[in-house]
Design a protein around this ligand. Structure first.
Ligand SMILES: Cc1cc2nc3c(=O)[nH]c(=O)nc-3n(C[C@H](O)[C@H](O)[C@H](O)COP(=O)(O)O)c2cc1C
Length: 370
């Protein structure tokens, strides 16, 4: 008798549950980390942020917006932090609200590296692997200004940044987060170390792919040791050209991210999140093999936001274990219900992505009210 494997092994669907490490997701739609700058100058999540995340708790898992581990690493005016007990207490209210709705939530820890300015981080120094500025402007408390030339980090400063990630992760877990995501993507500090354009160090943190991957390996390993690998994810964005990282040499990308995967594999992390134009392509699938754990993907800001059809396809084609969705979830707090039923969607209002208030944040209508 021939047995069709599909009869005994149900093909996972976007709406089926999955475990990422210790975190049990009711479905495979994961809310992308999305900076919304509603935390004010204190960086403490308040009622508005509690409501925003509570509204979106029906996704399999929420990844919070990028959150600074210490004040110098703040990358945006209005970004939340987890640098203090008060900020952690604000996050605790968010986590409790999401859990009360049956949701799961992990905190994205983001060190902006050279992607900040003294008029964003409270007049503090701007640190990066090398003293090379991003050739662009950023929005500061005094309007748009060019990115400053950062100071190249000393070995002691590299160690201190690692400790900040660990402390932030501990605070997040103590405050009730289901896990933490280390932000290794989008041109911020960790990707600056990986990038041959941003990292021109001549010590053990620069030069070869192994050396450029070293800091990311050390940070992820230290955080995993501190809070448990099954609660830790890492986001990467190989070849995504944000913040002048210029990862244009495929061989170098494969060597750098490949050695990163080889060294992370034994840790048994909860998940790897990859932002790349082709989640089903050779590069991402090779990294998936070498990581040998759960993969969640986002095809990024390359020609429109993630659609229902794309998300269904990523899972059905087994390109990933879950799909990370950004802008559709900004506009549709009940996106899971809409995608499951094939209902119409609200359109996002990009002009309100960043801003202080409830408009374009917590006022998108739910299905019954739409
Ligand atoms: C307003 C906005 C803010 C974002 N903030 C973050 C962030 O804090 N951390 C991060 O890793 N990615 C961030 N991203 C990238 C998103 O996580 C996601 O990769 C991107 O929106 C593409 O997915 P989509 O097409 O589903 O929206 C942001 C994107 C947008 C539009």
């Amino acid at each position: 008798m021939t047995v069709n494997i599909s009869e005994i092994t149900p093909v996972p669907s976007l709406f089926s549950p999955v475990f990422l490490g210790k975190i049990e997701l009711a479905n495979r739609i994961v809310m992308a980390p999305i900076t919304r700058v509603r935390a004010g100058s204190s960086g403490i999540p308040g009622d508005l942020m509690v409501e925003y995340y509570r509204q979106r708790a029906s996704v399999g898992m929420i990844i919070t917006e990028g959150t600074y581990p210490d004040h110098a690493s703040q990358g945006y005016v209005g970004e939340p932090g987890i640098a203090t007990g008060e900020q952690a207490a604000g996050w605790q209210r968010v986590f409790e609200a999401v859990h009360a709705e049956g949701g799961r939530i992990v905190l994205q820890i983001m060190h902006a590296g050279r992607g900040t300015h003294p008029d964003i981080n409270g007049g503090r120094r701007v640190l990066a692997p090398s003293a090379i500025a991003i050739d662009n402007k950023t929005f500061t408390e005094k309007g748009d200004q060019p990115y400053p030339v950062p100071e190249a980090m000393t070995t002691a400063e590299i160690r201190a940044a690692l400790e900040d990630f660990v402390t932030a992760a501990r605070r997040a877990i103590e405050a009730g987060a289901d896990g933490v995501e280390i932000h290794g993507a989008n041109g911020y500090l960790l990707q600056e170390f990986l990038s041959p354009a941003a990292n021109q160090r001549t010590d053990e943190y620069g030069g070869s792919p192994q050396n450029r991957a070293r800091f990311v390996v050390e940070v992820v390993t230290a955080v995993a040791q501190a809070v448990g690998a099954e609660r830790v994810g890492l986001r990467i964005s190989p070849e995504v050209d944000l913040g002048d990282v210029f990862e244009t040499d495929r061989d170098d990308v494969l060597a750098t991210y490949g050695t990163l995967m080889d060294q992370l594999r034994p840790l048994g992390l909860a998940y790897l999140s990859v932002l790349h134009a082709e989640p089903g392509g050779d590069l991402v699938q090779e990294l998936r093999r070498r990581f040998d754990g759960k993969l969640i993907v986002n095809s990024g800001p390359f020609g429109g936001q993630t659609t229902r059809e794309q998300a269904l396809h990523q899972i059905e084609a087994d390109h990933a274990d879950a799909v990370v969705v950004g802008r559709a979830l900004i506009a549709n707090p009940d996106l899971v219900e809409r995608w499951q039923g094939g209902h119409p969607e609200n359109e996002p209002r990009p002009e309100l992505f960043y801003g202080p208030g409830a408009e374009g944040y917590t006022d998108y209508p739910f299905l019954e009210a739409a």
